[in-house]
Design a protein around this ligand. Structure first.
Ligand SMILES: [Zn+2]
Length: 98
């Protein structure tokens, strides 16, 4: 036990950093869960299903889908390229294999 005593401050710093990372990650997911799903967004917009969805804020058709925390994240969200507002969320079960 005595040889580990000098490592105690380092261990405490590591635990604090891990708690901050987990807290931040949970915050991103909470914001993501507040977005409407793609189906909810489409129903609220009353646009025909065969047309691309427009931004409900500026009516732009230019949208960008990205992973919540990384490129490969299954939690996807879509934002408007014109005004930058976050529009809807989707889940992608697996990335396509080419
Ligand atoms: Zn927009």
């Amino acid at each position: 036990m005595l040889p580990l005593l000098p490592l105690l401050p380092l261990l405490l710093v590591f635990l604090v950093v891990m708690l901050l990372v987990l807290y931040r990650r949970e915050g991103h997911e909470k914001l993501w869960l507040r977005l409407p799903t793609l189906d909810e967004y489409r129903q609220a917009s009353s646009q025909p299903a065969e047309q691309p969805l427009n931004c409900k804020y500026c009516h732009s058709e230019q949208t960008w889908e990205y992973g919540l925390e990384s490129v490969m994240d299954y939690r996807r969200e879509c934002a408007c390229l014109a005004c930058g507002k976050r529009l809807w969320r989707t889940e992608q079960a697996s990335m396509p294999v080419s």
